[in-house]
Design a protein around this ligand. Structure first.
Ligand code: AMP
Length: 395
């Protein structure tokens, strides 16, 4: 896969797919500009070479043209981050856009309206992609967050730029760091997989089984494994239809010599609410009317030991309902253990909206080796899948 460093963009118009899907408040102020900041080095490289940039992105999930999701709202923030004026095109394709794109000069940046205002974007429509491609001389994809989608702007458009397509710095960095952990990671490798359901991360768990030494299962998904072991899980989240699958996974782990680590104690609650009554119980004694909403102190100690003995750590998904203080300690402790292990020389990779939010909430973002910006895209890479947008850059 070529990156922007393999090209000189002097006198070139470059169509750059970015992920400017940023959160906005009710007055349309950007509340977290991380994604814009992350795209800046790629945009600057093209401009420094003497090129011009045509930015394209989606924002939210509009059903069609919808003022609420217009990318015009983010122009002030993009201008602030890039330190230059943005030429906005209220249309995505058509004669007006072509005229505008044709007249942009060296060093200028143009932004197209929200790609998802046109239903052909998500359908991966070839004619739509061709029209986008006609705006520029070269294509760069720096939107890792949508790299698992075969949409017109992320994947299909690449075919119109043979020999002139490249990954931006952010996308290239994401791929490099995920591969570093998954394929070149120093052993022992530990993966911590949490979150609500086994079903959403089954593929990830299976693929990791072939790569890691320790696989820690926390969060809501742990209870399906406990039930598969014949334990009482009370009112905890259990996916009954996956109990056999959980049994198979535990058997496979044994065959592979993977240490599958499950929680040994929990904080249980008598209600799914932030103010519920709570108590600590061991994994064999979840009372009938109670539900596990976080890992307990013994588990925290156990995981700390496993994490600190690791040379490579991959984390995706919270250990409990960390949004509520009463059940956030497990997730916080995992973040802290990973930060300490990283400080001792381990390589750590954290991804997924909740885990990244937790790391940021506890001020540990600078103590992790690499924080992935793509939840779904990272999970698909951990599943061992080829991401369509990345494949399209390689073809
Ligand atoms: P996911 O999107 O699959 O990574 O799941 C994240 C969600 O899982 C978060 O909103 C957590 O609150 C939730 N979660 C974590 N642990 C539990 C649990 N023990 N019971 C119910 N939900 C949980």
């Amino acid at each position: 896969m070529k990156t922007v460093d393999d090209f000189n963009y002097n006198n070139q118009k470059v169509l750059v797919r970015v992920d400017f899907n940023v959160p906005l408040d009710e007055k349309y102020n950007v509340t977290d500009n991380t994604r814009i900041v992350m795209a800046k080095p790629t945009i600057e490289k093209i401009l420094k070479d003497g090129g011009s940039v045509i930015l394209m992105s989606h924002l939210g999930r509009p059903k069609g043209p919808d003022e609420k999701f217009s990318l015009k709202h983010i122009i002030p923030e993009v201008e602030k981050v890039l330190g230059k004026r943005i030429i906005f095109s209220p249309e995505i394709i058509g004669p007006e856009v072509k005229k505008k794109a044709g007249s942009i000069k060296k060093g200028e940046v143009m932004l197209l309206e929200n790609l998802r205002f046109d239903p052909r974007e998500k359908k991966g429509d070839v004619a739509f992609a061709r029209e986008l491609a006609a705006l520029a001389d070269a294509y760069v994809n720096d939107a890792f967050g949508t790299a698992h989608r075969a949409h017109a702007s992320t994947t299909v458009v690449a075919r119109f730029f043979p020999g002139k397509k490249a990954a931006g710095y952010l996308l290239a960095n994401e791929v490099k760091n995920i591969k570093k952990a998954l394929e070149e990671g120093e052993h022992p490798i530990t993966a911590i997989i949490g979150g609500a359901k086994v079903s959403s991360k089954l593929g990830v768990i299976k693929n990791l089984m072939d790569k890691v030494d320790n696989l820690i299962i926390v969060g809501g998904m742990a209870y399906t494994f406990l039930k598969a072991l014949g334990k009482q899980t009370g009112k905890s989240l259990v996916e009954d239809d996956l109990i056999d699958e959980a049994k198979n996974l535990m058997k496979y782990a044994k065959e592979k010599g993977v240490d599958l680590v499950l929680p040994v104690d929990f904080i249980v609650a008598d209600d799914f609410s932030p103010g519920a009554n709570t108590k600590i119980v061991d994994a064999d004694h979840i009372p009938e009317e109670w539900m596990g909403l976080d890992i307990g102190p013994e588990t925290i100690n156990l995981l700390d030991k496993v994490i600190k003995q690791s040379k490579t750590i991959i984390w995706n998904g919270p250990a409990g309902v960390f949004e509520w203080d009463a059940f956030s300690k497990g997730t916080r402790s995992i973040a802290q253990s990973i930060a300490e292990a990283t400080n001792q020389g381990a390589f750590s990779l954290v991804g997924g909206g909740d885990s990244v939010a937790a790391v940021k909430k506890y001020g540990l973002q600078d103590k992790i080796s690499y924080i992935s910006t793509g939840g779904g895209a990272m999970l698909e890479m951990l599943e061992g899948k080829d991401l369509p947008a990345i494949k399209a850059l390689e073809d």
